[in-house]
Write a new protein. Structure first.
Length: 463
């Protein structure tokens, strides 16, 4: 309640619901290593999601229905719970979604959002996911618009594929394909191209891919007449190949994609898979052909880090020399530039080039100082602190603190710094950061804020 009161009073309340606020607080606790507290707060998020009224109208102009708002909230909770490994929270969120399913109207958007919640759970609770999809199949029959119905059924089929029930997925798709074949061109579109059929083929092809029927998916994709739709479909097929570990098939398909945005989306996950399996040599050529500069710089930095950690600085440093000039692109979002520079600094430090790491972090800080922060805490400043600590640039990490616009931000940053020091065994530095946080918290004018921060710091000191 104190957090909500503070947020409303300071005008930083940007959440559509209390549940989403609690979800973010749980994520913050997890980031500080306080897993039990994070789990407890996530339970509060789920209680709020179950009981609260839609409050979005008070804080935004969002016209969405309460059902859509709640499904969006549940989806965010599921995504965060998957990242944190909170299976009980995922199960509870899916249970709430299951109860909602029969009450949804014929709005295809609400049904598709229900499917998104299932997909976000990543088959953590497959029995509940299957129940939701079964309900969704019944509700989808209420949709009067034949096109919207077909697209929604295709998404349900894809979701069945992702939870491992390919037989059910193929059963649905075998009924949809003849309907898609018969789709007529919209006479009011002003074009001779049958966009509706192209989109239908795309949805069905994606569903086939996630059902493991990759040959059928590729064959249908090649029949799509609209180039951009075909390219975006191919990008989805590549992601399906990557998810199933078939990288050798994924890369040639990605290279046939003409649309640069689609190709970039197709390629972005492949280097991470190679890096996770300890194969930076295979990740490097993919990183080098990426089109999005922010993705390219960050991926090159991660490849370089892999080589540096493998005691191959002679390979890492030339790769960093490729990554660094990319960050000088003024058209890049400032947040993306600072993130990339942080990754590059960590890699330089791992390669034994501490001065280069310090120079890069100084550049990141200069850019971050020009960002108008609207979030709590300022994410890019915290990212620079994280990079500085990992790069063993303690003085640079401390230089960030005075640049934070509010004492509460400074306390949060110092607590994160202490957690990072604790993780690498630097107890003295961790204690110093927490002591500095105590000094700032003790000077807060608001008694409630002062008590909350001091209690949190004390708990962190005990851990």
């Amino acid at each position: 309640e104190k957090v909500l009161i503070y947020a409303e009073r300071t005008g930083t309340y940007i959440y559509a619901s209390n549940a989403r606020l609690f979800k973010d607080i749980a994520s913050d606790y997890a980031a500080m290593g306080q897993k039990q507290m994070a789990m407890d707060v996530m339970k509060l998020a789920l209680i709020q999601a179950q009981t609260e009224e839609d409050v979005s109208a008070k804080y935004s102009s969002n016209w969405s229905s309460p059902a859509i708002q709640k499904l969006e909230t549940l989806n965010q909770i599921v995504q965060t719970s998957v990242e944190l490994g909170f299976k009980d929270s995922i199960e509870e969120a899916l249970s709430q979604a299951l109860k909602m399913a029969p009450t949804l109207d014929d709005n295809s958007h609400s049904i598709q959002l229900l499917i998104t919640v299932v997909n976000s759970s990543e088959s953590t609770v497959p029995n509940l996911a299957a129940e939701i999809l079964s309900q969704a199949l019944q509700v989808v029959q209420k949709i009067e618009n034949a096109d919207a119905k077909l697209f929604t059924e295709a998404k349900i089929a894809a979701a069945y594929g992702q939870i491992g029930d390919s037989n059910k997925a193929v059963e649905i798709l075998s009924q949809l394909l003849p309907k898609a074949e018969k789709m007529q061109r919209d006479p009011n579109s002003g074009s001779m191209v049958n966009f509706k059929r192209a989109q239908a083929f795309s949805e069905i092809a994606i569903a086939y891919a996630f059902s493991g029927k990759l040959h059928e998916a590729l064959t249908l994709t090649n029949r799509i007449e609209v180039q951009d739709i075909r390219d975006m479909t191919l990008a989805n097929l590549v992601q399906a190949y990557v998810k199933m570990g078939q990288l050798t098939q994924a890369i040639p398909i990605a290279q046939t994609i003409r649309n640069k945005d689609a190709r970039s989306r197709a390629l972005k996950d492949i280097p991470q898979v190679y890096l996770a399996s300890g194969e930076p040599a295979k990740a490097l050529p993919i990183a080098q052909i990426m089109w999005e500069d922010d993705q390219k710089a960050q991926t090159l930095a991660k490849v370089a880090l892999a080589y540096a950690q493998a005691n191959q600085p002679e390979v890492a440093l030339p790769i960093l020399s490729q990554a660094l000039p990319i960050t000088k692109n003024d058209f890049l979002d400032k947040r993306d530039r600072t993130t990339a520079l942080g990754d590059i600094a960590i890699s330089y430090a791992a390669a034994g080039k501490n001065q280069e790491a310090a120079n890069v972090l100084s550049q990141a800080l200069q850019i971050a100082q020009t960002i108008e922060f609207q979030s709590y805490p300022p994410d890019q400043m915290l990212a620079i602190i994280t990079a500085a600590v990992k790069a063993e640039q303690d003085e640079l990490a401390l230089q960030v603190i005075p640049n934070l616009p509010d004492d509460r931000f400074k306390i949060t940053a110092l607590r994160q710094m202490a957690q990072l020091y604790h993780e690498v065994g630097k107890k003295q530095q961790a204690e110093a950061a927490l002591n500095q946080a105590v000094q700032i918290a003790g000077k807060l004018n608001d008694v409630g804020d002062k008590e909350r921060f001091l209690n949190a710091i004390a708990q962190q000191q005990q851990n």
